[in-house]
Design a protein. Structure first.
Lengths: 347, 442
């Protein structure tokens, strides 16, 4: 019971990170593909105001996931990090670049500076979700054995499942970002940007759906037990729920109901994560370690769960306050296109 | 590698601990007096705070990755014992992130009082967060709250592990260090402007606030340092022996200032000897017996000269900072003004980077002094490390990344500092421009 609760906390944290942090990474994807300095200026300006106040908070979810993981399942954590050190290190470096570039970009004064920072920001935005997704793929397909660096340093994350999960993570982030940005553009009163992001939302939504279906086929060949888990019982229910939420999201986007689409898109992503967790139950490292074997002692878990519960009591109202302020537009900065040499972004 | 990341992260932590309090103090002055100058200063500082915090989030994330990437065995064995501290730390970090964002973006958008109130959680969470991280470190120095049977950790009592006896002095020491470092670094920046002829009210206020914070914390830190050293003497005698380069166990042990510990001759050479001082300081008794390095076998001793040199640098700098603080406080008390000598301002400029050096020295002292143990007398550092290769490549890469990060942050803060100050009174802006800001250590 206790290990399951701890695992559930990780699943919730991971879903939140994927939805909120993933959307930030997705925004980086649109930043990267927005085109030249002039053409992309309006898109980039919107991305900047949408992300500003929530950026740090969204990324602390990852720290939350790591912390619960190593406290509740220390042996599995050691095995995962020492075997998957390549993608995790790559993701960590990507997070450095991304955070630094985003934090400092508003201060860039020359074209060259803004370009360099923008490129670092956008590129790492794509690399981080890919590598994190690839790491998850490695775990899910049973390529992480127990022990200090006892798995293969390369094939543990460079394999069919990992690559498709990595690609799916990038696509899902891009889709969430497009939906959120479209909704934010409505609020900012920029109809042309609403249209821009609507197109992107529909396109990336279809791409994410296609990748998810392709992913199922790949997993069927590459990791049969995971596939069986995803196509039966609770796993199947969640996969179907995710698919349904995805379809509803596309419909809402088509009809320009972006504020609602925010939530259905989040449900689609969250159910996939939960589905994965259900599918590989009762294993934590498939074929190697079950949740119960991996779990820390009850005393630790009890303190951890109480900490998490008490923490959430403080955290959730705070987070709600922040999101309410943001969604009401109380923290919005004024919209203007973000081009190089722009010095008006902060007073 | 982790050491490098810590060296970058720790000075940022100091700002996380103490800067919100300073910003709020200035905003409080604004709320009381309605003087737009205070608001301008608080607003400016809050932007610096956001940039430093954003970089702190990044380095903090990297650190939690590195714990797993570099020390998988350490985490696998003891993650369950101290993990709860990090869980709480994670939450406080989270809440700090939320309220810093609301605070910084909420200027002029939220009602004044609400805005002030949203700053308060950042002060509290800064304290709780650092407390939890220190709890883990103090636990590594004083591992309790679990038992070991056949190499397996059993019977974990997480609360006992966290609130171990080492926590309190380490926490107070670190917390004060946060105020000393942030205070002196900020004061150093404004002292620099002062030396370059900017004597207006804005710079004066900034200097006085920052310097007062540092000056109140620095002398107190000396006393806390004594408390910390006595606890070390009691619980980690080998570390104390390394601090002072004490070979054989000695009664009436002396202290040497400077000099180098010679392993063959088992004593410190070419230092200035103060007889009985170590016994006096460590046990408040000039005749006390102090355990030497030789009480443990050679493979259980830390690298003495590294520890000793860091410790002495920290003490020297700390004493200097305390002296500077007392000078400042004395002049303020007697004459109600800032000292006039240019040398005072030069000293404050130097105090900024020096306080960062002292901070890092202090951390080297406690960490290297614990070697070869990662968990004191339980797990050796060599047993904790990852079996994966490629560490040197990663290390070089990380150095390059941090150098870029530091350079970029420096340029950005400098540019921020050059912007006209937003006092709401346009005609004054031209007079008060430009000051150099330094990000300590990064």
């Amino acid at each position: 019971m206790l290990p399951e609760l701890a695992a559930a906390a990780i699943v919730v944290g991971l879903s939140a990170y994927l939805v909120l942090g993933g959307a930030d990474f997705g925004a980086g994807f649109w930043d990267l593909t927005a085109g030249g300095a002039r053409r992309g200026a309006r898109v980039r300006g919107m991305i900047k105001i949408a992300m500003g106040p929530v950026w740090e908070a969204n990324h602390v979810w990852l720290i939350f996931v790591l912390v619960v993981f190593w406290t509740a399942f220390p042996v599995a954590f050691g095995s995962v990090t020492s075997t998957l050190y390549v993608p995790l290190f790559a993701a960590a470096v990507g997070i450095i670049f991304r955070g630094a570039a985003f934090a400092l970009r508003g201060e860039a004064a020359t074209i060259a500076e803004a370009r360099a920072l923008g490129a670092a920001f956008a590129l790492s935005s794509v690399l981080v979700p890919f590598f994190l997704g690839a790491a998850v793929g490695g775990i899910a397909s049973g390529r992480v054995p127990v022990g200090n660096a006892s798995g293969d340093a390369l094939t543990s994350w460079w394999n069919a499942t990992s690559v498709i999960v990595g690609a799916l993570t990038v696509a899902a982030g891009a889709h969430l970002a497009a939906v959120f940005l479209a909704a934010d553009s409505v609020r900012a009163g920029q109809p042309d940007l609403v249209r821009t992001f609507r197109t992107r939302a529909l396109g990336s939504g279809l791409a994410a759906g296609a990748l998810a279906i392709a992913g199922l086929l790949v997993v069927r060949e590459d990791a049969r037990s995971l596939f069986d888990g995803l196509t039966s019982g609770g796993g199947l229910a969640l996969v179907l729920a995710s698919g349904l939420a995805g379809l509803v999201t596309l419909g809402l986007e088509w009809r320009n109901r972006f504020e609602l689409a925010r939530y259905t898109a989040a449900v689609a992503v969250g159910s996939i994560v939960a589905g994965w967790a259900i599918a590989q139950r009762p294993d934590l490292l498939p074929g190697e370690l079950t949740l119960d074997q991996a779990a820390a002692s009850d005393a630790t878990l009890v303190v951890l769960l109480i900490s998490v519960a008490v923490g959430m009591l403080v955290l959730l109202p705070s987070l709600r306050y922040l999101f309410r302020l943001v969604l009401r537009g109380d923290l919005d900065t004024e919209f203007h296109p973000l081009t190089a040499g722009d010095d008006r972004t902060q007073a | 590698m982790q050491a490098l990341s810590f060296a970058v992260h720790i000075p940022l932590v100091c700002f996380g601990i103490s800067f919100p309090a300073m910003v709020l103090f200035v905003e409080g002055l604004y709320l009381r007096t309605g003087d737009p100058l205070y608001k301008a200063l608080a607003k400016r500082w809050s932007k610096v705070m956001l940039i430093l915090f954003a970089i702190g989030v990044v380095t903090g994330t990297i650190l939690s990755f590195e714990l797993g990437l570099l020390w998988p065995e350490f985490m696998a064995t003891f993650g369950a014992v101290f993990g709860d501290a990090f869980a709480l730390e994670g939450f406080s970090f989270f809440i700090e992130a939320i309220f810093i964002a609301i605070y910084v973006y909420g200027w002029d958008r939220l009602p004044r009082r609400t805005h002030f109130l949203t700053g308060i959680p950042t002060v509290i969470t800064g304290f709780v967060g650092s407390m939890m991280v220190i709890a883990v470190n103090s636990w590594m120095n004083n591992p309790t709250g679990f038992s070991i049977e056949n190499g397996l950790v059993i019977d974990v009592r997480p609360l006992e592990a966290l609130f171990n006896d080492n926590l309190w002095h380490e926490l107070v020491h670190m917390y004060l260090a946060g105020y000393v470092v942030a205070g002196f670094v900020v004061a150093g920046v404004y002292a620099w402007s002062w030396l370059h002829g900017k004597h207006d009210r804005y710079h004066r206020t900034a200097l006085v606030v920052a310097l007062s914070v540092a000056a109140l914390a620095a002398p107190a830190q000396v006393l806390v340092g004594d408390w910390a050293a006595r606890t070390v003497a009691e619980r980690q005698p080998t570390k104390l022996a390394a601090l002072e380069g004490l070979g054989p166990t000695t009664k009436d042990a002396p202290i040497h200032i400077g000099g180098i510990y010679d392993e063959d001759e088992r004593k410190v050479k070419s230092g200035i000897e103060i007889p009985k001082a170590l016994s006096l300081l460590a046990f408040h008794d000039p005749d006390a017996t102090v355990q030497g390095l030789e009480a443990v076998p050679p493979q259980d001793r830390p690298p003495v000269n590294v520890v000793r040199f860091s410790f002495q640098s920290m003490v020297a700098i700390g004493t200097g900072l305390a002296a500077l603080s007392i000078l400042y406080l004395a002049v303020w008390w007697r004459k109600r003004r800032l000292p006039r000598s240019a040398w005072f301002y030069r000293a404050v400029v130097a105090a900024g980077p020096l306080s960062v050096v002292a901070l890092i020295c202090g951390w080297v002292t406690t960490e290297v002094g614990r070697q070869p143990w990662v968990v004191y007398r339980i797990m050796r550092t060599s047993e904790a490390v990852t079996g994966a290769d490629g560490i040197p490549v990663g290390y070089g890469f990380l150095v390059a990344v941090y150098l870029c990060l530091g350079a970029v942050a420096f340029v950005m803060l400098r540019r921020l500092a050059r912007r006209p100050i937003d006092t709401g009174e346009p005609h004054r802006e031209t007079a008060v421009r430009g000051s150099e800001r330094r990000v300590g250590g990064s």
